[in-house]
Every structure is written in structure tokens, then in C-alpha cells.
Design a protein around this ligand. Structure first.
Ligand code: NAD
Ligand code: TYD
Length: 344
């Protein structure tokens, strides 16, 4: 029987990769993508699946309670995977309120709809940033699922608030929930405001590469498809009411990533420009993925060297995709595609 999976935020980076993954690995599913098409949403990303018989796109704000309830009434999803979020830390420093609206209120609206329509699983896509940061000088310290929530930015605080709400809905109403907390992702279709695609795009345009502070902050990088596989496994075999940390044991300093990108693209390191540090900048993230490995058998399959080369190749081969973002053309294309689909 066809299973309807509702994927929110599917016109963004990880959501779109997850939709490709689901349609490939579970062709029996019907995938309904719900996205508001904020600045981060790019429908051209979904061009390969827009005409797929197992795919449907709905333009919708997850905070719009009436529209969400109506959609659940029509589609009767069996599972909801919530990627929809404001996701960029720097933007949350400039304007926190939209982060609270989408990341907290939007999550609660979706869960109310799940309760009303007896959805069998609500999966919240969270982040390791809810744990705050780790010191640089204690490399053995890693985030486990028991690490206290200790967010630093309005982005991570809003994600932590949503996580608390998800667990509260589980305890109070018995909503069948799971949460994944993943480290930094990289790969195709990432919006060129995040470190890796921004540095690739700037380097290709011979523009300065803005490194915050001294570039010594550490992130634990995971290829996006490994994250998608982890979420799929949690949906299939994860225990309801549980949190699973997802990470690649792949800690790298920002400056080393930027130097690697320069090397791979044959660009001079003189493009690197040290700029004022981010306010409240988290020093280090590092995940202990022992639980998902032991319980579900998940392990990352893409070593960083291979993943970063594939990613750089993708940005080289898909220059129009990110140049349309830099010029703003993608937003006009979003409108055209919506018109073509009869979506308002
Ligand atoms: P993204 O910014 O690329 O995409 C977010 C998508 O959500 C966009 O398509 C946007 O249009 C949509 N959206 C935003 N507000 C909406 C609303 N109110 N209603 C409906 N749609 C809305 O983000 P991403 O990097 O793909 O991240 C996806 C999720 O994964 C987020 O929840 C994020 O917190 C989490 N996460 C991201 C990373 C990472 O490294 N990027 C790591 C761990 C967890
Ligand atoms: P980012 O991709 O924004 O992810 P997050 O802040 O969620 O980890 O940033 C990754 C790291 O790169 C972070 O330490 C901030 C740093 N950074 C820069 O040095 N320069 C930049 O222009 C950006 C966007 C990020």
C-alpha cells in the first residue's frame, strides 16, 4: 500500500536531498513536500521530481494552522518529517523573531495536526547546536544524547525549544515522535550563505573568503546523504520517544576547510580574509554517534575527502544553480514553477 510521507522544508538543502533519497529508496511512498519558499527555498532544485507520480509540492507556511489542518485532512500522511526551519545562525543574530515563529510555533502547529489526524510518526530534524559548544582543548569530550541543552544563538535556542516541545507532546499526548540531532552537513544544493558553498562560490568568482575570527572554530562535517540515510533508518527502526545523535567523527577547523577548497579549485590563499568574529560564536561541535550505530547500525559511508570533492565538482557542474541565487533569479523561477504547477 502507498504510504504518504509529508516532508516539510523540502525545497531547502537537506529536505530536497531527503526527497531524492526517499523516492529512490522507497518508490512505493507518496512524498508530499510542504514549503513556504522563503529566501532559502529553491523549487528549481526539485525539478527532477516535479513530474514524478509519487511526488506532490504544496506551497504552505507551517505556522498557518488552518492550511496545515486542511492539508492533513486531504493527504492523511502516515509520517511527517520536519525539516522546515530558519537555519542560518548569522540571520538569527540579526532577526531572532522569525526563528521563534517557524522553528517553535511551526513545529507545534505540525504536531497538533499529527495529533488530530493520528499520524503514526512525527520526526523532528534537529541539530547538535542545541547542546551549545565544547572546549577546543578537551578533544575527548563529545555530545551524547544526555548532554544538557545549552544553546548559544537564537537559531539553536529555537531548535532546542522545539526539541523540548516535541518531547513534551510525546509525554503529555503520547504523540509518536523521534528526534535526530545532526552535525554540520555539506553536499549538493546547500544555499551559498553557509561556510562550504559560500567559500566555493566566492573562490570561483575570485572574491574574498571571509573567515570569522581566526578560523579556529571546529565543526563535525557529515555528507548530506549520510544524514538522509540516518533519518530514514530512524523512521523505519528508531524507538518512539528517543533522540538520536548523528555525526561523522569528522572534526575540522574552518580555516583548514577553506584552505582545502582553495587547493582543490587552484585558487590562492591570499583570497582568505579574516573578518570580525560572529557574536557568541560556538567554538567546537563534536558528536558521539554511538547510540544510532549500536541500535540501528548506522555509520557514515562517505569519507570527508570523497564528499568534499564530490561537492566541489557539483558546484562546478551546476554553476547556474548557485549563480541564480546570487542574482535573485531563483525567486522569479520559483514563481514561474509555482504557476506551472498551478500552486499559488
Ligand atoms: P535550509 O535553510 O536550506 O532549508 C529550509 C527550508 O525550510 C527552505 O526550503 C524554506 O523555504 C523552508 N521553510 C522555512 N520556513 C518555513 C515555514 N514557515 N513553512 C514552510 N517552510 C519553511 O535548511 P537546511 O540546511 O536544509 O536544514 C534543514 C533542517 O535541518 C533544519 O531544521 C535545520 O535546523 C536542520 N539541520 C541542518 C544542518 C545543516 O548543517 N544545514 C545540520 C543539522 C540540522
Ligand atoms: P555555518 O555554515 O554558518 O554553520 P554553523 O554556524 O551552523 O556551524 O558556519 C560554519 C562555521 O564557519 C562557523 O564556525 C562559522 C564559520 N563561518 C565563517 O568563518 N565565515 C563565513 O562566511 C560563514 C558563513 C561561516
Amino acid at each position: 500500500m502507498t504510504k504518504c510521507v509529508l516532508v516539510t522544508g523540502g525545497a531547502g538543502f537537506i529536505g530536497s536531498n531527503f526527497i531524492f533519497y526517499l523516492l529512490r529508496e522507497h518508490p512505493e511512498n507518496l512524498v508530499v513536500c510542504v514549503d513556504k519558499l522563503t529566501y532559502a527555498g529553491n523549487l528549481s532544485t526539485l525539478t527532477p521530481v516535479l513530474q514524478h507520480p509519487g511526488f506532490r509540492f504544496v506551497k504552505l507556511d507551517i505556522c498557518d494552522r488552518d492550511a496545515v489542518m486542511k492539508l492533513f485532512d486531504q493527504e492523511r500522511p502516515e509520517a511527517v518529517v520536519n525539516f522546515a526551519a530558519e537555519s542560518h545562525v548569522d540571520r538569527s543574530i540579526d532577526n531572532p523573531s522569525v526563528f521563534l515563529q517557524t522553528n517553535v510555533i511551526g513545529t507545534s502547529v505540525l504536531m497538533d495536526a499529527c495529533r488530530a489526524y493520528d499520524v503514526a510518526r512525527f520526526h523532528q530534524v534537529s541539530t547538535d547546536e542545541v547542546y551549545g559548544d565544547l572546549p577546543l582543548d578537551r578533544p575527548a569530550l563529545l555530545f551524547t544524547e544526555e548532554t544538557p541543552l545549552h544553546a548559544s544563538s537564537a537559531y539553536s535556542a529555537s531548535k532546542a525549544a522545539a526539541d523540548l516541545l516535541v518531547m513534551a507532546y510525546h509525554r503529555t499526548y503520547g504523540l509518536p515522535v523521534t528526534i535526530s540531532r545532526c552535525s554540520n552537513n555539506y553536499g549538493p544544493y546547500q544555499f551559498p550563505e553557509k561556510l562550504i558553498p559560500l567559500m566555493i562560490a566566492n573562490a570561483l568568482n575570485d572574491r574574498p573568503l571571509p573567515v570569522y575570527g581566526q578560523g579556529l572554530n571546529v565543526r563535525d562535517w557529515l555528507y548530506v546523504e549520510d544524514h538522509c540515510r540516518a533519518i530514514d533508518l530512524i523512521l523505519q527502526k528508531g524507538r518512539v520517544g528517543e533522540v538520536y545523535n548523528v555525526g561523522g567523527h569528522n572534526e575540522m577547523r574552518n580555516i583548514d576547510i577553506v584552505r582545502l577548497i582553495c587547493r582543490e579549485l587552484g585558487k590562492p590563499e591570499s583570497l582568505i580574509t579574516y573578518v570580525t568574529d560572529r557574536k557568541g560564536h560556538d567554538l567546537r561541535y563534536a558528536i558521539n554517534p554511538g547510540k544510532i550505530k549500536n541500535e540501528l547500525g548506522w555509520q557514515p559511508q562517505t569519507p570527508f575527502g570523497e564528499g568534499i570533492r564530490k561537492t566541489i565538482q557539483w558546484y562546478l557542474a551546476n554553476r547556474t544553480w548557485w549563480e541564480n541565487i546570487l542574482t535573485g533569479q531563483y525567486q522569479r523561477e520559483n514563481e514561474d514553477i509555482c504557476r506551472g504547477l498551478g500552486v499559488s
